[in-house]
Write a protein that binds this ligand. Structure first.
Ligand code: IVH
Length: 673
């Protein structure tokens, strides 16, 4: 509650700030004198400093002079800028390494070495150098497409404009972090809430002269596309960066074991206050580029790197109430409303209780005094209850058996993988019939990874829902802009921006479209797999028309759980109604054909038995890297059956009958040269 009040206070000030700005810059008729104006600016910045959750694109933090530009040209990254998975404990690191070793099939004698690099909390940038010259500099954007901020980046002294050394590659995207040192930040601290905001705000200035006034720094740590880079380890690359004149982090280290990673982590964390820039953890990267290449990526993070975040913070507070939130898939999530406490500099007033089982297991009750933990970006949660302080009259919490939003019965599903009932209780309604679920579905639809509609945030979804402007995803593309323009907080410009962002997304990739539908168990990775295999929305829709879901069974990576979820999706008339409408309004681009220049193009493969020195996942990704594809049944469509140790004989028999080529591992590897 307190968060909302603070947020409202903050938004009011931002609104006033915009008004003053408009009168001063656009109408040339200042409403207040400079002192008053500066006072308001300072108030906003101080609020942001005190409450880290406050942020707004129109905050003075993002405008050194006025108007941070929204109109930078967008440019595709030649190689995507990935993000990193998080680790919080030694156990997480052990699991991280286990997964790596499993993927590499636990090769005997393999000892993984890591490059451990303190994770600077700044803004990442990608700098394209061609023929030694700095050509274009992009922000990360959504990872696939960034903003052209070349001119601003050129004002940073740490970025060389030309490198004449022979060892410098013909072409390379040098990637790293733009940031402000704490000592420099102190001198501008009246203008910005924190160094990160300062870096971000000044990088986004339309006028590079404004950027130049801020002492931005650049530290390089990775690369994107490259042609002619001759190094085989991250350590070697970091060395080369220095030779070429880039700054690298002086605290980078190469480390050979998890135990030593932990030691280094503890040492760096202790030194954290003495370092002149903000770090929020340590990034570990598998040092050997050969291994990195074999490991590849999952969704949008590499398998070969992880960010080990700094200490989890905790604090004691009291549960004032337990509320039930309903998610997009109907999951009922209990949330503890706690007496606001500051944890790691942030005011926390909500803590997730995860699910009914968690409440029962920890016997969490309203009125309890609890230990709350807030680690990194993870939602704060209850660690333990202080039973000594429990009120004698306190009662066990009764989890609702009906959905608090629509009244439908709540159910616990059977989980095919664990062969047990789920811990999570769900609303049994069909999605759009439950108000809360429908709102969450719409929020998911416009979210960054789905349609990514600029400026269409969660608050706007709620607002438009309440005003009856949107009920289904298709309504987003048929908004009543005349009505919106008359709403409080909206004007000609903001409506025209919104309209522009929405219209831009009328052409969408098939994989994003599937993900946006919010089908349970179809996350980014599965949406990608379906898109790659079914190729078009037509094919997807015809699954249900022909009631033929068998096609899905053959898709590697799609299991019983996903298929049953897709079937359920199509069983629901509202979903069909939404699909039909969206199909009319949108252009859903067919999946691009996979790389077809590989040696295994148009060839299908299947494995049976254990491979030596290679896991199934690695074998699969090798085939895909060479444009081949994997199937999971022996049918006429199969070109090659690859036989490892202890194969399933029945598969070999069927393959023989169908005259499919049967190869052992070494003959298959020879195909790949
Ligand atoms: S490597 C795939 N190295 O952390 C590799 N990132 O969550 C991804 N960061 O967006 C980047 N220090 O802004 C890498 N030494 C470092 C880093 C680092 C800070 C930031 C970067 C990135 C984010 C990933």
């Amino acid at each position: 509650m307190i968060d909302e009040r603070i947020n409202q206070k903050y938004l009011n000030k931002i609104k006033l700030f915009q008004k003053y700005n408009k009168h001063y810059y656009n109408l040339n008729k200042p409403l207040v004198d400079d002192n008053e104006f500066d006072k308001l600016k300072l108030e906003i910045i101080n609020l942001e400093k005190q409450y880290k959750f406050l942020s707004h694109k129109d905050s003075p933090s993002y405008s050194v002079g006025f108007k941070p530009s929204k109109i930078f040209k967008k440019i595709k990254h030649k190689t995507a800028m990935l993000s990193l998975g998080n680790a919080f404990s030694e156990e997480d690191l052990i699991n991280f390494e286990k997964k790596i070793l499993n993927f590499l099939n636990n090769e005997v004698g393999l000892n993984i070495e890591y490059s451990a690099e303190p994770k600077i909390d700044g803004i990442s940038a990608s700098l394209l150098f061609k023929g030694g010259k700095f050509i274009t500099g992009l922000s990360r954007g959504d990872g696939k497409e960034g903003e052209d901020i070349t001119e601003n980046l050129k004002t940073i002294k740490d970025i060389p404009h030309e490198i004449k050394l022979k060892s410098f590659p013909e072409e390379i995207d040098i990637r790293g972090e733009v940031f402000i040192q704490n000592s420099d930040f102190k001198n501008l601290s009246n203008k910005f809430a924190n160094p990160r905001n300062a870096a971000s705000g000044s990088l986004r200035q339309k006028d590079a002269k404004e950027t130049q006034k801020i002492p931005l720094k650049f530290i390089a740590y990775t690369f994107g596309y490259e042609k002619g880079l001759e190094v085989s380890t991250q350590e070697g690359y970091l060395k080369k960066l220095k030779e070429w004149g880039f700054k690298t982090n002086p605290l980078n280290k190469t480390i050979g074991s998890i135990k030593d990673l932990m030691k280094n982590y503890n040492e760096v964390e202790k030194k954290r206050d003495q370092i002149d820039f903000d770090i929020d953890g340590i990034v570990y990267k598998v040092n050997d580029f050969g291994l990195q290449k074999r490991l590849g990526n999952v969704a949008n993070a590499p398998r070969w790197a992880i960010a080990h975040k700094f200490s989890a913070n905790s604090s004691v507070s009291k549960i004032e109430n337990i509320e039930i939130q309903i998610g997009r898939t109907g999951a009922l999530t209990p949330v503890a409303k706690i007496k606001p406490v500051k944890i790691g500099g942030v005011v926390v007033s909500n803590a997730t209780l995860h699910n009914e089982e968690e409440i029962n297991r920890k016997d969490i009750r309203i009125g309890d005094t609890v230990l709350i933990e807030r680690a990194g970006d993870v939602i704060p949660h209850v660690i333990s209850v202080d039973l000594k302080l429990r009120d004698k009259n306190s009662k066990k919490f009764n989890f609702p058996k009906n959905c608090p939003s629509c009244g439908s019965k709540t159910v616990k599903d059977f989980n095919f993988t664990t062969k047990k009932k789920d811990a999570v209780r769900r609303c049994s309604s069909d999605g759009y019939e439950c108000e809360k679920m429908a709102i969450e579905k719409l929020k998911h639809f416009v979210s960054k990874e789905a349609f990514n509609i600029d400026g269409f945030g969660k608050k706007i979804v709620e607002n438009f829902w309440n005003l009856n402007l949107i009920k289904f995803p298709q309504d987003i593309f048929k908004l009543d802009y005349v009505k919106i323009e008359k709403l409080e907080g909206w004007g000609k410009q903001s409506v025209s921006n919104l309209k522009y962002s929405i219209n831009q997304k009328k052409i969408i990739s098939f994989e994003k479209f599937i993900y946006a539908l919010g089908i349970r168990h179809i996350g980014l990775e599965n949406a990608k797999i379906i898109s790659k295999n079914l190729k078009s929305l037509r094919n997807f829709i015809s699954l249900s028309k022909k009631n033929n879901f068998d096609n899905l069974i053959n898709i590697d990576g799609i299991g019983e759980t996903q298929i049953s979820s897709i079937k359920n999706f199509f069983k629901n008339d509202t979903n069909l109604f939404v699909l039909q409408n969206l199909e009319k309004i949108l252009t859903v681009k067919n999946a691009e054909n996979q790389k077809t220049d590989g040696i295994l193009n148009n060839k299908t493969f299947m494995f049976t038995g254990k491979l030596s020195n290679m896991s199934r996942s690695e074998a699969k990704s090798l085939i895909e890297q060479n444009s081949g594809s994997i199937v999971s049944n022996v049918t006429k469509k199969l070109d090659y059956l690859i036989v490892g140790e202890k194969p399933t004989n029945r598969k070999i028999d069927v393959a023989r009958t169908l005259k499919i080529k049967i190869l052992d591992q070494s003959s298959w590897l020879k195909m790949l040269k």
